[in-house]
Design a protein around this ligand. Structure first.
Ligand code: AMP
Length: 144
């Protein structure tokens, strides 16, 4: 029975991305579901504190372009259409929530590290996505 119709798969473009995507594609196949792939580029202003008198537009554009190229490569490999390869700028958790609602996805797939102790207090993207999501969330366990 097809429970899920549209998945939102969030990848961070590290070496764990293929693990998350491979599992999401296997689930999508079982459910004959559509897949939207997203990467959120964090604004460079955040990373640099936001008050450096520098024009960071070019750096932001380069990050954006690199993310688009990587998403396109993943998309082509897995037969994900270009309109479902989405690169946005913002904070990962909130952009993933926003897109999930906008695209009406019924499952969000993210990677999750088995964090313990102090690391748990720091939270994770998977935690952030789980809290406040309007649909199911699958956290693919990444062994580190
Ligand atoms: P983290 O908690 O940052 O180690 O990330 C765990 C998972 O959250 C990743 O495997 C991705 O599924 C998702 N994620 C983290 N950062 C991003 C990002 N910038 N864009 C999209 N997904 C992300």
């Amino acid at each position: 029975m097809a429970v899920y119709q549209k998945l939102l798969v969030a990848i961070d473009l590290t070496e764990e991305a293929p693990l998350v995507l491979d599992k999401a594609m296997a689930i999508a196949k079982v459910h004959a579901a559509e897949v939207a792939l997203v990467h959120v580029v964090e604004p460079v202003g955040y990373a640099y504190g936001g008050d450096i008198p520098m024009d960071l537009t070019e750096l932001q554009d380069q990050l954006d372009k690199a993310a688009r190229e990587q998403l396109q490569a993943y998309g082509e490999k897995h037969g994900i259409t270009s309109d479902n390869q989405i690169v946005v700028v913002g904070r990962p958790e909130s952009e993933i929530h926003r897109l999930s609602e906008e695209l009406n996805t019924d499952l969000i797939v993210v990677g999750s590290h088995g964090r313990k102790g102090f690391q748990l207090l720091l939270g994770s993207t998977a935690n952030g996505v789980l809290h406040g999501a309007k649909c199911d969330v699958l956290a693919v366990r990444i062994d580190t």
